[in-house]
Design a protein around this ligand. Structure first.
Ligand code: XIL
Length: 297
């Protein structure tokens, strides 16, 4: 096939992009979105600060613009994200203890219920593990409510939207390392105790190459009985095209790899300002990295 989405679909996968509601009036941007991608992730609009700016007052306008655009064209939606230490509303940042835990749980239930039936996969929890060699949890206001906050969130998300795949999502987890192994151990524990988890997201914000054990790392998670997804792919550096091809091949080589999402459309849309890590240039032209992905699919 001649587009990323159609080619991925021929292999039973999706190919998605992070989308900003504020760019849906840009015809070049929307033209590429509509043509190339069959999955979308709201880049920011489902985060806690957007969806519950005041406690108990929910706001879905900008997320809905993305969801409705995608679904009207038959594209699936990844929900990102229900609980994260960053981009929280000010009121939550100032909370702790059981008050924060109750607010977290209510947020998960409300947002997952609002979008019930419309989300292919939810990033229920984002970036809860620490960098470095310890393999443990990141310190955050969420973590300080008690180590069980992640499993509670997954159980509530399942109850609210039984048909969405429920994912744990993180970065610097793209090879076998202490952080990814910490997550691996959590997923193994969840599976053994019946905590509902369906998928692990690998953000894959990369420079020049994927780790040599990228595919093996995806496979070890798949072997636990969860799907794996590449959720926020962007790659800077002179080896960009080769690295994009390698990531694409790795996903296709892992039966349980559902698909790939790039974190933006054009280089000018990227959060990595000045690094040009995406598949289209600022004018919307296909880059060598685009051709490398399409050839690998
Ligand atoms: C980024 C967005 O791209 C930016 O627009 C925003 O200012 C900050 O967040 N990991 C994640 C994403 O899970 O939500 C982040 O997105 C990038 C890193």
């Amino acid at each position: 096939a001649s587009t990323l989405g159609a080619s991925a679909a021929e292999k039973g996968r999706y190919f998605g992009a992070a989308i900003a509601a504020g760019r849906l009036g840009d015809s070049t941007y929307v033209g590429i979105l509509n043509r190339e991608f069959n999955s979308v992730t709201p880049e920011n609009e489902m985060k806690w600060s957007y969806t519950e700016p005041q406690q108990g007052s929910f706001s879905y306008g900008s997320a809905d613009r993305i969801v409705n655009h995608a679904r009207s064209l038959g594209k699936t939606v990844r929900g990102h994200t229900l609980l994260w230490h960053a981009q929280q509303p000010g009121w939550a940042q100032n909370m702790s203890g059981s008050a924060l835990r109750n607010a977290m749980n209510n947020h998960v239930t409300q947002v997952a219920t609002y979008y019930r039936g419309k989300i292919h996969s939810w990033d229920v929890v984002n970036e809860a593990f620490a960098d470095g060699g310890g393999g443990g949890r990141r310190d955050s206001n969420l973590q300080r409510t008690g180590n069980d906050w992640i499993e509670v969130a997954f159980r509530l998300a399942r109850a609210a939207d039984p048909n969405a795949k429920l994912c744990y999502n993180d970065y610097n987890t793209d090879g076998v390392n202490a952080k990814s192994t910490g997550i691996y151990n959590m997923v193994r524990d969840f599976k053994s105790r019946g905590v509902p988890i369906d998928c692990v997201g690998f953000q894959s914000h990369l420079t020049n190459s994927a780790p040599s054990d990228y595919q093996a790392n995806l496979q070890r998670f798949a072997d636990l009985g969860v799907d794996v997804q590449i959720t926020e792919l962007d790659i800077s550096g002179s080896n960009q095209a080769n690295a994009y091809a390698a990531v694409t091949r790795a996903c296709l080589a892992v039966t349980r790899c559902n698909g790939i999402t790039v974190w933006g459309i054009r280089d000018s849309d990227s959060w990595r300002t000045g690094q040009n890590p995406l598949l289209f240039d600022g004018n919307g032209n296909k880059k060598a990295a685009y051709d490398a992905v399409l050839n690998a699919l």
